[in-house]
Design a protein around this ligand. Structure first.
Ligand SMILES: *Cc1c(COP(=O)(O)O)cnc(C)c1O
Length: 364
């Protein structure tokens, strides 16, 4: 058996720039922010952020305070940008938010109170976003709470609300009435803050039509090539490509049982390609249910995924140990693999590259 070389994760920053331009075209006038939470969906928030900045992005979102600090450090003072922290104003975050010039997206009344207490000490208004829950029921102030804040007059004292935002729960399904209900709620809330900018759409929402775009679209997974309807979209390019070499080729016979357990019983002669990558490299184990790899110009059925090795059906392809197999990329499509794994493109991406060697193409 040939010495298995490691899996390689290639991150194509030119493809990122292409996708950013496509989303901007689709957003038709709305600003497109880059959502780089979880270290840029696992692909590296710093190189992604630098390239997006070079392409004109001036607004970013992260989830955690520490992610915001890391992104601010990467952008350096000569690249001004607004960085929103979706976690909002968490306990003790005031000094860190101030030092890194991060803007909290406040998402509860206690957060609002804490942010005001911190702002009161500094003597000048604290710039914040308000995250309002319009029906996803996960995060954000309720619309009635938000209305009460505005009607009370002084409840927002010390805060400068620059952005009102909400998040759609069913944007990948354009026919879903939840979208129109959330939109109607958002229109009411946003009317309470005529001076603030407004943002409702993430990747999928950006493709729902002009009513959903408002001032700012928050693009995450579409930057990396996932289609808005959770199916591949030809307009977008793959940013992440995972390849690994063939470690071995084995001829299996009817009656053989492949891998752990007895789920994969071989019924007809099969040329199995053993590939030097597994779920430790981010290939989701459940992906064998309909997932595929790309080799020698065709899709190859994924048979099993173990920690360090996976097995595909090579069929009659001309193959030799050492040949690279594409497990994710321009041909082994992100959205296909996500649906085969019963997951979403976001999860496929964040699992990548804990072990794989990483290569960036196209600089910032
Ligand atoms: C993750 C997230 C986004 C980006 O979502 P995508 O589907 O990756 O575009 C935008 N807004 C909020 C509030 C989020 O949590």
């Amino acid at each position: 058996m040939a010495e298995p070389a490691a899996a390689r994760l290639t991150i194509d920053l030119d493809a990122l720039a292409h996708n950013y331009a496509e989303i901007r075209r689709e957003a038709a006038g709305a600003e497109v922010a880059g959502v780089l939470k979880a270290d840029g969906y696992g692909l590296g928030a710093a190189p992604l952020g630098l390239r997006l900045w070079a392409e004109g992005a001036r607004t970013f979102f992260v989830a955690r305070l520490a992610e915001g600090e890391a992104l601010r450090a990467a952008l350096t003072p000569d690249r001004p940008a607004t960085i929103y922290v979706l976690d909002g104003f968490t306990a003790g975050s005031g000094p860190r938010l101030a030092t890194a010039r991060l803007t909290p997206a406040l998402c509860s009344l206690p957060q609002l109170t804490a942010a005001q207490a911190w702002a009161g000490g500094s003597g000048r208004p604290l710039s914040v976003a308000l995250h309002v829950d319009t029906g996803m029921n996960r995060q954000g102030l309720r619309p009635d709470e938000t209305r009460a804040l505005v009607q009370a007059g002084d409840r927002l004292q010390g805060l400068e609300v620059g952005l009102v935002m909400s998040h759609l729960g069913s944007a990948a399904d354009p026919e879903n009435h939840r979208n129109t209900r959330q939109l109607a709620q958002f229109l009411e809330v946003r009317a309470l803050f005529p001076q603030a900018r407004a943002s409702l759409a993430a990747s999928a929402g950006a493709f729902l039509g002009p009513n959903y775009r408002f001032d700012l679209v928050r693009a995450g997974v579409s930057l990396f090539g996932s289609g808005a309807r959770e199916v591949p979209d030809e307009r977008l390019r793959a940013v992440a490509t995972l390849t690994a070499p063939i470690a071995d080729i084995r001829n299996l016979r009817p009656g053989d049982i492949l891998g752990y357990g007895d789920a994969v019983r071989i019924e007809a002669p099969l040329r199995a390609g053993v590939i030097a990558a597994g779920y430790a490299d981010g290939v989701i184990r459940a992906g064998r249910n309909g997932g595929y790899a790309w080799f020698a110009g065709a899709r190859r059925r994924l048979l099993i995924v173990t920690m360090d090795l996976l097995v595909i059906d090579l069929d009659d392809a001309d193959a030799a140990p050492g040949d690279p197999v594409e497990l994710l990329g321009p041909n082994a499509l992100l959205d296909d693999l996500a649906s085969a794994a019963g997951s979403v493109a976001h999860e496929v991406l964040v699992r990548l590259g804990r072990r794989a060697e990483r290569v960036y193409l196209g600089g910032a």
